[in-house]
Write a protein that binds this ligand. Sequence first.
Ligand code: Q9C
Ligand code: ZN
Length: 686
Amino acid sequence: WADKGNRKRRQRGHAAAAVQRQPSPECDIEVPERLLSSYEQLKHYHLVERCIHVPVREGTEEEIMLVHSSEYLEVVKSTQTMNEEELRRVSENYDAVYFHPNTYRCAKLAVGATLQLVDSVMSGKVCNGMALVRPPGHHSQRNAANGFCVFNNVAIAAQYAKRRYGLQRILIVDWDVHHGQGIQYVFEEDPSVLYYSWHRYEHQQFWPLLRESDYDAVGQGKGKGFNLNVPWNKVGMGNSDYLAAFFHVLLPVAFEFVPELILVSSGYDSGIGDPEGQMTATPECFAHLTHFLMQLANGRVCAVLEGGYHLKSLSESVCMTVKTLLRDPLPQISGEMAPCLSAVESIQNVRAAHKPYWKCLMYEEATPLHNLSTKSQQMMEAELIQTSTHPTAKQVVGTTNSDEAIKTDRFLESHMKKILFPVPPVKTASAIVSKVDAHLLPISVQVEMEMNAQELKTLVSAFDAELVKEEKALLSLQNVLAVLDKILKKKVCNGIAESSVASVSTTFALKHCFDFGLQRVLCIVVGDMDLELDLDDGKILLMNICQKQQTEKTNSKYHISLNWKEDAGRNNFFCAVLGFILPVAYSYQPDLMIIVIGPNRSLGVNAISLLTCLLQGLAESRILVVIQDTEIKLVQSVAKALSGVSTPDFGAYAPAFQENFLEIKRLRDQLQQEWKMLRCSVKDWI
Ligand code: Q9C
Ligand code: ZN
């Protein structure tokens, strides 16, 4: 974008003190190295060679004018031939904008690259993708450049996709740390584009200092409800705050919205080490965010680079995004899983502001905190420091200096080594013997059984001498064990096994896990099943989703029973998954998950598959699904979910039974002290 400017900037480095008072049309942080280092890191992880390259082109004037005025286009065009003085003068007409003679050409390429990506995804040439572009776009407006942005790449892409492909619902997720006010302005009255942005806000003290960046800007006219702002009122927000915002705000609304395409304003200045954002999210957080979005819109996700100014943090985060788009298993997310008070306040406020517009929020009693925010912050500051490991504002101030930047470099160097792991050669194993022919399962599923009979008998007899004599039980155990063994030895990520004696098999499998050295196994049982398990030591978290009230059992930290009445054909189970099961699972941080499908299940095929899809962010995607009564449809759907081929389609949304909603709320209130990711209101904070 600004090669010449960049060279000068480097030379200037030596004499910085002498010239620092001179106004300069050059930007210190939005530099070409952002793309170079991201691309280098993608090559380093061998991700580039796994991607299909889409050639770039310039965006046309007509395309640019889908969002911008012709007058503004002419102004930008005229900068091509300007001298430094003239460039300075044009730049000064805008806030935080730096024109260079190459800017116009680069900005047109950024638009064109974004549209090429949209075309590739919409035509089915690729499933998803990322456009690495500069300059960024989300601050630019119909008549103005703003905040390093010239043309609004993502807003243009949304208009383009509506026109060219007749799309009726597009979701824009802006995880850049700044508010993309430019995008908000374009779609404020448009119900066909749902815009979600979180941003450093600090009660309007942070750039761009706008009142309309707050949670109560919900959209206007027909667009009411289609603008979601999550303002962060403190710096230091991290993995758990971002995930909480996804679980309790974006994802429920997005599943209800049913987008046909997702555009991500993919800025990484919300990541750790960034001098602008001052937040603490580590690169793998972006893998998890990406993974969740891939469960919507048939996986049609186009990520488009916006900000991100700490080169190492930026490039590692870009890599985590691309790796996830390529469907690699995800690293476990690091840090204590507990959103901070200020984050939960913001989340509560957005939920309250949007309660009138979304059925998934309609049973919430959440009230907006309005100006209580500052007060409660002071009142509860002491509590905040006690209950959370978040750096306080004081601790993160000062990360702008280069010492701190280098510290983050070093931290990230070792952090990435810690969390990255070799991807198992095969994604999914299956041991399904009856009724379902192997060819009905997705291609990536391999049916193999390796454990020899004697080995198995020895294992089983050590567990239960009687069982060895029962042919059928033995076969069941063999299925489950064969798959589990592959998962534990990391030959596959996940697997599915048929077992006519699911309860015995599961007990046996759990024992095998602990013999193998696992610390925490999340066991989700769907249907009626009695498992004889010792649940005191926290090595198992048992969640039972069943139809009938289990009055004799009270919920405890490690034994949760979720009463779920079957939805008459229309599935609303995602509210339970997003609002309850995922938050608990992320709080627990299991090493492995076992999903057991028993008799009398109250969940349909789609719900079980959705659960399977969404849980794959945990435990490095290690999931074992045990199915008692083999049904072809269920097995196929779960196998598809495991291999990442597709997320089930739910069709139109209908509100769930109120009982179901109230059950989730009751459980959340009861368990949020133990499982802190459940928190979406500050009601019982103290
Ligand atoms: N005194 C993007 O991340 N800061 N833009 C302006 C004015 C501007 C960020 C401070 C930050 C722009 C795409
Ligand atoms: Zn930004």
